[in-house]
Write a protein that binds this ligand. Structure first.
Ligand code: FAD
Length: 435
């Protein structure tokens, strides 16, 4: 099939999720002049923070330069787990054994937190505890997963077990991997519906949501803050930053501590009868164990495949990224070589320099940032924790108060990412070949 024929006639360069839930909250008729808390960033972090504050009766406003929810929160793959993206050994190296265990426990608990939040607020977002199949890219990766299965089960309280290569067709219609690990506690979600539902819940509780309102700067005063926006100034006692992969030059201290990385996704057209069931028999979320990983799943109606990966480091033409993803997808599932792409899009995630999400306050600015591309449950939890910290005056989260490292010479422009991506790809190839 020729390249251009790989796209459907109604091909869209926007998230598949927006077909059912397009971010809708734009510019307000007018902005409030005074609130208790002004939150910058209208994704999972900012909205969950606003929801928690508003439920307490604290007045708050959430600003987003784009429509509310239009950042990564309505662009992601909707795979939900409570895993920390950090090898346990290096986590221990950073924070010591006891804190590492607290962080992993808290991260695992974010999944149940999300489940409870969705139930409490009655958010209809196709949340399904279908489990995750982590596909082993090499035999060595399989062995290392086998060593972690018991701990995954212990942390999540749900079964986690290995599926050897000769049985992997029970989990994925492909012979490409070397078996893998099932963790039954994990889930999938419709992120577009979730972020819209979270916005509704926050509004119902009394939060003000201001889309298309850009924070240009923040000035500290004796009473709190003056938040300057392109629609006027808001006076606030406190401010909270939930800008993650879109953190800009307005907040340079934070920008120096975050590495924005693009991630790319495609949705296929509807598959022929029976094919979805053959590809993902148990409808679990899937991801491989590469450093430059791919993540994939069925759409909530089980009619399409959604396939994501890091096929570049910066935003690129959606057809170009779509073709690259299609190629990787067909290596795993040659059955899809004639199946066309209906949607292709990207968004930014934020990595931190120690690969740990960070929660705290710097010079009076509260923040919850840096979930290394795994933020559906984690950032919802972190936003809530930021609110609780403001309400109680202290934090009970193990993520709070950790040293938030910067790298001398790095100001927020990740020019080195293409080199790192190449290096990681090379190491992935070495892992696969030398086994
Ligand atoms: C393609 C892709 C796939 C992903 N897949 C998964 C997945 O499968 N599972 C998972 O758990 N996570 C996934 N993630 C990560 C997850 O989406 C994010 O971690 C999460 O959405 C972050 O939420 P947030 O609220 O912190 O940030 P965002 O949702 O990105 O919101 C930040 C907002 O801040 C706004 N902003 C920035 N600066 C300003 C300013 N000066 N003034 C006003 N507003 C400002 C931006 O406009 C933006 O909307 C993926 C991310 C991407 C991009």
């Amino acid at each position: 099939m020729q390249d251009e024929r790989l796209f459907t006639p109604d091909f869209k360069t926007q998230p598949y999720w927006w077909d059912a839930a397009r971010p809708g909250i734009g510019a307000p008729a007018q902005i409030p002049t005074k609130v208790d808390v002004c939150i910058i960033g209208g994704g999972f972090t900012g909205l969950s923070c606003a929801l928690e504050l508003a439920r307490d009766g604290t007045s708050c406003a959430v600003l987003d330069s784009k429509r509310i929810g239009q950042g990564a929160s309505s662009r992601n793959g909707g795979l939900v787990s409570g895993a920390l993206k950090h090898a346990e050994s290096s986590l221990v190296g950073h924070v010591g054994e006891e804190r590492a265990m607290q962080l992993m426990r808290e991260a695992a608990g974010t999944l149940q937190f999300l489940d409870d939040l969705i139930t409490r607020e009655g958010i209809e977002c196709d949340f399904a505890r279908v489990g995750r199949f982590s596909c082993a890219w090499s035999r060595k990766h399989y062995d290392s997963m086998a060593r972690s299965a018991e701990k995954t089960a212990m942390l999540t309280g749900e079964p986690a077990y290995m599926v050897p290569q000769n049985h992997q067709r029970d989990e994925i219609g492909s012979d490409y991997f070397f078996g893998g690990q099932v963790s039954e506690g994990a889930a999938t979600i419709h992120p577009g519906k979730y972020v819209a539902g979270l916005a509704d819940a926050a509004q119902r509780a009394g939060a003000q949501l201001l889309g298309q309102t850009h924070m240009k700067g923040m000035t500290r005063t004796a009473q709190g803050w003056l938040v300057e926006t392109d629609r006027g100034v808001i006076e606030a006692e406190r401010v909270m930053l939930g800008t993650n992969g879109y953190t800009g030059r307005e907040t340079p201290w934070f920008r120096r501590r975050l590495v924005p990385v693009a991630s790319f996704l495609v949705a296929t057209e509807e598959l022929p009868e029976g094919l979805a069931q053959e590809l993902v028999p148990n409808a679990r979320g899937l991801a491989d164990s590469r450093r430059v990983l791919n993540y994939f799943r069925l759409s909530p109606d089980h009619k399409r495949v959604l396939w994501g990966g890091r096929v570049g480091t910066h935003a690129m033409d959606a057809r170009q990224s779509g073709l690259r993803l299609h190629k990787t997808m067909c290596r795993v599932w040659p059955q899809l070589k004639d199946v066309r792409i209906s949607h292709s899009w990207n968004g930014n995630v934020a990595f931190t320099l120690d690969f740990i999400p960070h929660l705290g306050a710097h010079e009076g600015v509260h923040y919850a940032l840096g979930c290394q591309g795994s933020g559906v449950a984690m950032q919802s939890w972190m936003g809530t924790q930021a609110a609780r910290t403001m309400l109680r005056g202290n934090s009970q989260s193990a993520f709070a108060g950790l040293d938030f490292p910067a790298q001398p010479g790095y100001g927020g422009n990740p020019w080195f990412l293409p080199l790192i991506l190449q290096w990681y790809r090379l190491r992935d190839q070495i892992d696969r070949r030398l086994q």
